[in-house]
Design a protein. Structure first.
Length: 237
Protein backbone atom coordinates (compact mmCIF):
# COMPACT_ATOMS: atom_id res chain seq x y z
CA UNK A 1 0.00 0.00 0.00
CA UNK A 2 1.39 3.39 -0.99
CA UNK A 3 1.61 5.83 1.90
CA UNK A 4 1.26 9.60 1.89
CA UNK A 5 4.44 11.64 1.86
CA UNK A 6 3.72 12.89 5.37
CA UNK A 7 3.30 9.36 6.79
CA UNK A 8 5.18 8.94 10.08
CA UNK A 9 5.67 12.67 10.66
CA UNK A 10 3.52 12.82 13.82
CA UNK A 11 5.71 13.71 16.80
CA UNK A 12 5.37 13.44 20.55
CA UNK A 13 7.11 16.34 22.29
CA UNK A 14 7.81 16.40 26.04
CA UNK A 15 7.25 19.93 27.35
CA UNK A 16 9.13 21.58 30.21
CA UNK A 17 6.26 20.83 32.62
CA UNK A 18 6.61 17.11 31.84
CA UNK A 19 3.44 16.82 29.75
CA UNK A 20 3.65 15.10 26.36
CA UNK A 21 2.20 16.99 23.40
CA UNK A 22 1.33 15.18 20.17
CA UNK A 23 2.14 17.40 17.18
CA UNK A 24 -0.05 16.76 14.11
CA UNK A 25 -1.04 18.58 10.92
CA UNK A 26 -4.45 20.01 10.06
CA UNK A 27 -4.97 17.28 7.44
CA UNK A 28 -4.49 14.61 10.12
CA UNK A 29 -8.06 15.21 11.36
CA UNK A 30 -9.64 13.47 8.36
CA UNK A 31 -6.81 11.07 7.50
CA UNK A 32 -7.76 7.39 7.34
CA UNK A 33 -4.18 6.40 8.11
CA UNK A 34 -3.98 8.39 11.34
CA UNK A 35 -3.75 5.41 13.72
CA UNK A 36 -1.17 3.57 11.59
CA UNK A 37 0.78 6.78 11.20
CA UNK A 38 0.88 7.46 14.94
CA UNK A 39 1.85 3.84 15.67
CA UNK A 40 4.66 3.97 13.10
CA UNK A 41 5.98 7.28 14.48
CA UNK A 42 5.98 5.88 18.02
CA UNK A 43 7.86 2.73 16.97
CA UNK A 44 10.43 4.84 15.12
CA UNK A 45 10.94 7.02 18.19
CA UNK A 46 11.45 3.91 20.34
CA UNK A 47 14.07 2.61 17.90
CA UNK A 48 15.88 5.95 17.92
CA UNK A 49 15.81 6.06 21.73
CA UNK A 50 17.29 2.54 21.93
CA UNK A 51 20.00 3.50 19.45
CA UNK A 52 20.74 6.66 21.43
CA UNK A 53 21.11 4.79 24.71
CA UNK A 54 23.39 2.19 23.10
CA UNK A 55 25.59 4.91 21.63
CA UNK A 56 25.78 6.77 24.95
CA UNK A 57 26.77 3.54 26.73
CA UNK A 58 29.51 2.92 24.15
CA UNK A 59 30.84 6.47 24.48
CA UNK A 60 31.04 6.13 28.27
CA UNK A 61 32.74 2.72 27.95
CA UNK A 62 35.37 4.04 25.51
CA UNK A 63 35.96 7.32 27.35
CA UNK A 64 38.30 7.81 30.31
CA UNK A 65 36.81 10.08 32.98
CA UNK A 66 39.08 10.10 36.04
CA UNK A 67 36.63 11.48 38.60
CA UNK A 68 33.09 10.36 39.38
CA UNK A 69 32.04 14.00 39.14
CA UNK A 70 33.11 14.32 35.49
CA UNK A 71 31.76 10.86 34.69
CA UNK A 72 28.33 11.85 36.02
CA UNK A 73 28.44 15.13 34.09
CA UNK A 74 29.32 13.30 30.87
CA UNK A 75 26.35 10.98 31.24
CA UNK A 76 23.95 13.88 31.85
CA UNK A 77 25.49 15.89 29.01
CA UNK A 78 25.15 13.07 26.47
CA UNK A 79 21.56 12.25 27.46
CA UNK A 80 20.52 15.88 27.12
CA UNK A 81 22.56 16.47 23.98
CA UNK A 82 21.13 13.55 21.99
CA UNK A 83 17.59 14.54 23.03
CA UNK A 84 18.00 18.17 21.98
CA UNK A 85 17.52 20.02 18.71
CA UNK A 86 20.29 19.02 16.31
CA UNK A 87 21.17 16.07 18.54
CA UNK A 88 20.80 13.63 15.65
CA UNK A 89 23.74 15.21 13.81
CA UNK A 90 26.03 13.59 16.38
CA UNK A 91 24.95 10.08 15.42
CA UNK A 92 27.43 10.24 12.54
CA UNK A 93 30.29 11.16 14.85
CA UNK A 94 31.90 9.36 17.75
CA UNK A 95 32.75 11.76 20.59
CA UNK A 96 35.05 10.35 23.27
CA UNK A 97 36.19 12.09 26.46
CA UNK A 98 39.52 11.83 28.24
CA UNK A 99 39.94 13.57 31.59
CA UNK A 100 43.54 14.80 31.82
CA UNK A 101 43.64 17.09 34.86
CA UNK A 102 45.85 20.08 34.06
CA UNK A 103 45.48 23.80 34.49
CA UNK A 104 44.87 24.23 30.76
CA UNK A 105 41.93 24.71 28.44
CA UNK A 106 39.96 21.70 27.38
CA UNK A 107 40.75 20.79 23.76
CA UNK A 108 39.69 18.31 21.07
CA UNK A 109 41.55 16.01 18.69
CA UNK A 110 39.69 14.92 15.53
CA UNK A 111 40.43 11.81 13.47
CA UNK A 112 38.68 10.74 10.24
CA UNK A 113 37.70 7.07 10.12
CA UNK A 114 36.15 4.80 7.50
CA UNK A 115 32.44 3.87 7.79
CA UNK A 116 33.39 0.22 8.44
CA UNK A 117 35.61 1.24 11.37
CA UNK A 118 32.86 3.49 12.71
CA UNK A 119 30.45 0.54 12.59
CA UNK A 120 32.88 -1.69 14.46
CA UNK A 121 33.36 0.92 17.18
CA UNK A 122 29.59 1.13 17.56
CA UNK A 123 29.23 -2.63 17.69
CA UNK A 124 27.34 -2.81 14.40
CA UNK A 125 27.94 -4.91 11.32
CA UNK A 126 28.69 -2.63 8.39
CA UNK A 127 27.24 -5.16 5.96
CA UNK A 128 23.88 -5.02 7.72
CA UNK A 129 23.89 -1.23 7.72
CA UNK A 130 24.58 -1.03 3.98
CA UNK A 131 21.83 -3.46 3.10
CA UNK A 132 19.25 -1.58 5.16
CA UNK A 133 19.11 1.26 2.63
CA UNK A 134 19.49 3.99 5.24
CA UNK A 135 20.02 7.49 3.87
CA UNK A 136 22.67 9.98 4.93
CA UNK A 137 20.07 12.01 6.85
CA UNK A 138 18.86 9.01 8.83
CA UNK A 139 20.21 9.15 12.42
CA UNK A 140 21.32 5.52 11.98
CA UNK A 141 23.05 6.11 8.64
CA UNK A 142 26.62 7.02 7.83
CA UNK A 143 27.68 9.97 5.69
CA UNK A 144 29.17 9.00 2.34
CA UNK A 145 32.49 10.66 3.08
CA UNK A 146 32.98 8.62 6.26
CA UNK A 147 32.84 9.61 9.91
CA UNK A 148 35.05 11.19 12.53
CA UNK A 149 36.22 10.43 16.04
CA UNK A 150 36.46 13.54 18.21
CA UNK A 151 38.52 13.06 21.39
CA UNK A 152 37.74 15.79 23.93
CA UNK A 153 40.59 16.27 26.42
CA UNK A 154 39.08 17.62 29.65
CA UNK A 155 42.05 19.40 31.20
CA UNK A 156 40.18 21.85 33.43
CA UNK A 157 37.15 21.36 35.66
CA UNK A 158 35.26 23.14 38.43
CA UNK A 159 35.01 20.84 41.49
CA UNK A 160 31.58 20.89 43.09
CA UNK A 161 29.96 22.91 40.32
CA UNK A 162 27.96 20.52 38.10
CA UNK A 163 26.53 23.27 35.91
CA UNK A 164 29.90 24.83 35.19
CA UNK A 165 31.39 21.44 34.27
CA UNK A 166 28.47 20.76 31.93
CA UNK A 167 28.99 24.19 30.40
CA UNK A 168 32.68 23.44 29.87
CA UNK A 169 31.90 20.17 28.07
CA UNK A 170 29.10 21.72 26.00
CA UNK A 171 31.34 24.63 25.00
CA UNK A 172 34.09 22.31 23.75
CA UNK A 173 31.74 20.04 21.78
CA UNK A 174 30.06 23.09 20.21
CA UNK A 175 33.51 24.51 19.43
CA UNK A 176 34.39 21.31 17.56
CA UNK A 177 31.20 21.41 15.49
CA UNK A 178 31.76 25.09 14.75
CA UNK A 179 35.43 25.04 13.74
CA UNK A 180 35.94 21.59 12.18
CA UNK A 181 34.87 21.77 8.53
CA UNK A 182 33.56 18.19 8.28
CA UNK A 183 31.59 18.49 11.53
CA UNK A 184 30.17 21.88 10.50
CA UNK A 185 29.00 20.39 7.20
CA UNK A 186 27.09 17.72 9.10
CA UNK A 187 25.39 20.41 11.17
CA UNK A 188 24.41 22.23 7.97
CA UNK A 189 22.87 19.09 6.47
CA UNK A 190 20.54 18.77 9.44
CA UNK A 191 19.24 22.37 9.30
CA UNK A 192 16.28 23.83 7.39
CA UNK A 193 17.17 26.37 4.68
CA UNK A 194 16.57 29.53 6.77
CA UNK A 195 18.91 28.28 9.53
CA UNK A 196 21.53 27.15 6.98
CA UNK A 197 21.84 30.76 5.82
CA UNK A 198 22.14 31.95 9.42
CA UNK A 199 24.77 29.36 10.36
CA UNK A 200 26.98 29.96 7.31
CA UNK A 201 27.15 33.72 8.01
CA UNK A 202 28.30 33.25 11.61
CA UNK A 203 31.90 33.29 12.80
CA UNK A 204 33.14 30.50 15.08
CA UNK A 205 32.22 32.22 18.37
CA UNK A 206 28.71 32.99 17.11
CA UNK A 207 28.27 29.37 16.01
CA UNK A 208 29.35 28.13 19.45
CA UNK A 209 26.82 30.36 21.20
CA UNK A 210 24.09 29.37 18.74
CA UNK A 211 24.73 25.63 19.10
CA UNK A 212 24.89 25.62 22.91
CA UNK A 213 21.58 27.47 23.03
CA UNK A 214 20.09 25.09 20.46
CA UNK A 215 21.22 22.14 22.56
CA UNK A 216 19.76 23.72 25.72
CA UNK A 217 22.94 24.48 27.70
CA UNK A 218 22.73 28.26 28.07
CA UNK A 219 22.42 28.16 31.89
CA UNK A 220 25.42 25.85 32.07
CA UNK A 221 27.49 28.11 29.81
CA UNK A 222 26.62 31.07 32.05
CA UNK A 223 27.72 29.07 35.11
CA UNK A 224 31.05 28.28 33.42
CA UNK A 225 31.62 31.94 32.52
CA UNK A 226 30.87 32.95 36.12
CA UNK A 227 33.50 30.51 37.39
CA UNK A 228 36.03 31.79 34.87
CA UNK A 229 35.29 35.40 35.83
CA UNK A 230 35.94 34.50 39.48
CA UNK A 231 39.34 33.16 38.40
CA UNK A 232 40.04 36.37 36.48
CA UNK A 233 39.80 34.62 33.10
CA UNK A 234 37.78 36.54 30.52
CA UNK A 235 38.20 34.39 27.44
CA UNK A 236 39.97 31.34 26.09
CA UNK A 237 43.60 31.77 25.20
Amino acid sequence: MERKECFGQIQEVVQKDGLTLTQTRLECRDCLEFRDCMRYAKQRKEREELRKQKLIAQIIDLSEPVSNEIGTCLLEFLNRLYSSDLGTVLFNNLILFWEVPRDRWTSTLTFPIAPSTFSLLQGREAEGEESSGQSTNDPGGLPQEGSHVHVVLIQRSFPGNRKANLGLIADEVARTFSSDDAAAQQVLRSLPDPEIRIFTKMDIDQRINWLTKKWGFQDEIDAMKKELAALGIKERD
